[in-house]
Design a protein around this ligand. Structure first.
Ligand code: SF4
Length: 354
């Protein structure tokens, strides 16, 4: 029996645990602890100083998982520096005398079924490819349903009549999703919760503020790393639009890139890595549509987003839309974030009232 774990990111541990527990039923899946300041401290202590924050967060989570008994860690590399982080993290863990294996399913943003099959066999040679395909399909659907419902929540949570309705229903939905075994069960649960979410009473005034969040993908998807920005905005009765989620990264990004490139051809010609080019197009979209402001978030030392920022600034300037930039790292002050956010809302409200 192997003890398997993977780094934490948002609520995606639910589909990931679902998949791993069904394809490796005889192995133990260790749930990574929620990210806390201790996770960041651990990651920062053992990371190169100028590496970007997702490296530090995931390294910290890996150490916590190993301390909980994990022997095999699953990691995925993105289309930026993250593409070679798994190898570097494995070396750091070895230097720290942790005896564990890292399986990197995606290197430099690319992979194939053949490669995944070969790597999963390394975890347990008896694993069934057919089972993996079936449960992989359910997992993809689960991610899609979660992402769809999250989009609806973002648009409406700031206007719920009964405080906490969205959050408690979402918690209930995630528990239900974590107990399904078949696609039929998942689909039924999804439809049932979709109806329930639409039944939650909201009051959305016509003159409400609408903000688009763009930026670095990990910072956007892991609430702890963005200081729960979406929650903060919802508290101020703001409608939120966010584009990046796991379904987008896995299944939409490749074909949307061509559309984005055509739509914003005056601003970029070549891919800038990670989500940077996408964010330029999204910025233009938010400016051309009915959004009052844009918040761009990223981790410190994120080179693709550093390249995109002056272009985003230029677009916002052309369209006269306010844009707020946040760069987070392990030493960011929460009070500083609050102060800048408060000033941003006040300014948006004043513009709206003019
Ligand atoms: S997108 Fe930026 S912050 Fe995220 S992993 Fe890549 S370089 Fe690091």
């Amino acid at each position: 029996m192997t003890k398997i774990a993977f780094p934490q990111m948002g609520d995606y541990y639910i589909p990931a645990t679902f998949l791993l527990s069904h394809i490796f039923p005889k192995d133990e899946i260790i749930k990574a602890p929620k990210i806390t300041s201790k996770t960041i401290e651990l990651g920062t202590e053992h990371s190169p100083e100028f590496v970007c924050t997702p490296f530090k967060y995931t390294l910290g989570t890996m150490i916590e998982c190993i301390e909980k008994g994990a022997e095999t860690l699953i990691q995925m590399g993105g289309g930026c520096r993250y593409g070679y982080y798994a190898e570097l993290q494995e070396k750091i863990l070895k230097d720290l005398d942790y005896n564990c294996k890292i399986i990197n399913l995606v290197t430099e943003g690319t992979t194939s079924l053949k490669r995944i099959n070969k790597l999963l066999k390394q975890i347990n040679p008896k694993y069934s490819k057919i089972k993996a395909l079936y449960y992989g399909f359910i997992t993809i659907k689960m991610v899609k349903y979660m992402d769809e419902i999250d989009d609806y929540i973002r648009e409406n949570i700031g206007f719920e009549i009964e405080k906490g309705s969205f959050e408690s229903l979402k918690e209930e939905m995630l528990i239900t999703f974590s107990h399904v075994n078949t696609y039929r069960q998942l689909y039924r649960a999804y439809k049932r919760y979709l109806k329930k979410f639409h039944k939650i009473k909201v009051h959305k005034p016509d003159n409400r503020l609408k903000i688009g969040i763009i930026g670095e993908l990990y910072t956007i998807m892991e609430p702890f790393s963005n200081y729960f920005l979406e929650k903060e905005l919802a508290k101020h009765h703001i409608e939120i639009k966010r584009f990046t989620n796991v379904h987008y990264l896995l299944f939409e990004k490749a074909h949307k890139y061509k559309k984005y490139k055509k739509y914003s051809k005056e601003y970029f010609t070549y891919s800038m890595g990670a989500d940077a080019s996408d964010n330029i197009a999204r910025c233009k979209y938010l400016c051309e549509n009915d959004y009052d402001g844009i918040i761009h978030i990223k981790s410190s030392f994120c080179t693709p987003e550093i390249g995109a920022m002056p272009i985003i600034n230029k677009i916002a300037d052309i369209y006269q839309k306010p844009v707020l930039f946040f760069s987070f790292d392990s030493a960011t002050s929460e009070t500083g974030i609050q102060t800048r956010l408060e000033a941003f809302y006040d300014m948006l409200e004043m513009r709206k009232d003019k």
